[in-house]
Design a protein around this ligand. Structure first.
Ligand code: ADP
Ligand code: BMX
Length: 302
């Protein structure tokens, strides 16, 4: 992988999450235009590609232009795409995503969304001076990317860095991954909505739970507090394993006002050794987009 300078990033990127698809045109390392569309969680891989393509067409993408695609789910070394949480994207069961994007759009590099964001933050953002860095997104799910000794941690099966599937003492239900009581099942957007339903608030999404918490409603405050507590505890655990010095938060929940302060308050109870620097992602919602394009342009033959 070549290391690419930020101002040399020119091209397109897509970020397909469990709730929304973002696509962007990037010039000299900056997102100059961004479009959003809702994700259809039930859609098959061809329909997901079509949705990405519609946005890219509107941004003026032409066949063969540099393209990085960040997606929720694991992407293995062969470029195949699999949901880990099958409750989030039930129809993504091992699809040759990179191959099909290259066929349809002429060029593409695919990687997990949180891995892409970690890569960007490690190069250009909160992790730039870190020796042991984690990016954690709290969004539809809870995802992660690890940059240790300036290298993005990756595995053949694409699962490396999936920190949301660690089990948590703050969770107790089943997780769509098949595991029990994971961080994601209690802290992610779907888990928050499920907790709201269990508290008698049917059809309420995580954004509405945060709004209710900000208005002082106790049921909502408890749910948000549990989410922040589970992710903060996860950070202590990851620090024990990896010696993290910096953690950056992303995703609409990770970036939501007040969330990182709740996490810091929980982490303040940890011994200092297990308490890395905790900051918001410097690239914000652009991190997965910029990281995906950087990964594409950093390939020897993109
Ligand atoms: P994706 O998971 O598709 O990448 P997001 O990062 O936007 O997308 O995360 C989606 C989750 O964040 C949903 O559960 C949604 O309800 C929640 N959410 C969106 N905006 C906010 C907000 N302002 N405050 C709290 N939660 C939010
Ligand atoms: C889940 C998992 C990860 C992903 C993370 C954040 C699936 C479909 N996704 O842990 O691969 O990185 O969610 O994704 O198994 P998002 O949709 O919340 O942005």
């Amino acid at each position: 992988m070549k290391i690419i300078q930020r101002d040399a990033l020119n091209g397109f990127a897509a970020d397909l999450g469990g709730t929304k698809i973002a696509a962007a045109r990037i010039e000299n390392g900056k997102v100059v235009e961004r479009l959003l569309a809702p994700t259809d969680p039930a859609a098959g891989p061809e329909a997901q590609i079509a949705a990405i393509r519609t946005l890219l067409d509107q941004l003026g993408h032409s066949k063969g232009a540099p393209l990085g695609a960040a997606v929720t789910g694991r992407v293995d070394r062969a470029g195949a795409w699999h949901a880990v949480n099958s409750g989030t994207l039930p129809a993504i069961l091992g699809f040759p995503l990179e191959q099909e994007l290259v066929r349809a759009l002429g060029a593409a590099t695919c990687l997990n969304d949180a891995a892409a964001a970690a890569f960007a933050e490690g190069l250009f953002g909160a992790g730039a001076t870190s020796d042991s860095f984690a990016y954690i997104t709290v969004s539809t799910g809870v995802g992660g990317g690890l940059v240790i000794g300036n290298r993005l941690v990756a595995s053949e099966n694409g699962l490396a860095g999936h920190v949301g599937f660690v089990s948590s003492r703050h969770a107790n239900g089943p997780c769509g991954s098949g595991r029990m009581a994971t961080v994601e099942s209690t802290a992610g957007g779907r888990g928050i909505a499920a907790a709201a339903a269990a508290a008698g608030q049917q059809g309420v999404d995580a954004r509405a739970v945060f709004l209710a918490a900000s208005e002082g409603q106790d049921w909502a405050d408890r749910i948000v507090a549990t989410s922040a507590r589970a992710v903060a505890t996860l950070i202590g655990d990851l620090t024990a394993i990896l010696g993290l010095d910096t953690v950056a938060m992303g995703g609409s929940i990770g970036l939501a006002p007040g969330y990182i302060e709740r996490m810091r308050s929980v982490l303040s109870d940890e011994p200092e050794l297990f308490r890395p620097r905790l900051v918001l992602a410097e690239l914000g919602h652009d991190a997965p987009l910029i990281g995906a394009l950087a990964a594409h342009l950093g390939k020897e033959n993109p």
